[in-house]
Design a protein around this ligand. Sequence first.
Ligand code: IPE
Ligand code: IPE
Ligand code: MG
Length: 231
Amino acid sequence: MKRIKLPAHIAVIMDGNGRWARRRFRPRAYGHRMGVQNMFKICGHAFNLGVRIVTVFALSAENLSRPKEEVDELFELFRSYFSKKRERMYELNVKICVLGDISVLPADIQDSIGEIERATAHLTSGLLNICVNYGARQELVRAVNKAVALGRVVDENSLESMVYTAGLPDPDLIIRTGGEIRLSNFLLYQAAYSELYFSGKMWPEFSKRDLEKAIENYSARDRRYGNVREE
Ligand code: IPE
Ligand code: IPE
Ligand code: MG
């Protein structure tokens, strides 16, 4: 990779699993399985490159309205990776946090998530946030209600301290695969000044080189934050 300015925090909307599988005449669930494998590959590469925080969109709140069969298959995948195959998570050697309303998940999956979070809490070289049943609007409503319950005035600081990503730097770069040019209710508050990168590749086929290209593209951008830059 060329000399580049590395984003400290990358967020990824891992979209396109279903279409990737259907194009191969396979069930959508196969795409989700391959998508999880790719998540480990791409996150591992990001951390190896020196990225400190990676936030992945694994399941949106709205995804729970999909046909029950698909939702069940997704829950089964979570069960597998948060429980039986959790070694795969530990191999990343980073702190793992699950963001979103996990109270809708089966109790055993919630327990496994708690165990993984506890077991990795001491790891400081990197942080992987996995967004599950996450929606940005729901996150903001929850944050405001928390502030109201505490009798606090909502300002940018108190609101920031009530969202799931409290205390973390905002994502510098948000990558979406799958060809759609939208955020689909992902990190709406945190994305205020994120650089957005859209790839036509489906998530299971998004490669390490594709990640590097996204970072190179980010690196060449001029982040002005509303200010001016003297020529
Ligand atoms: C993203 O892939 C993964 C989830 C939303 C769980 P999709 O399942 O949305 O795949 P496409 O967009 O239908 O191809
Ligand atoms: C966004 O993808 C959610 C995840 C990748 C987890 P969707 O496939 O749900 O988004 P839409 O429906 O195309 O907006
Ligand atoms: Mg999709």
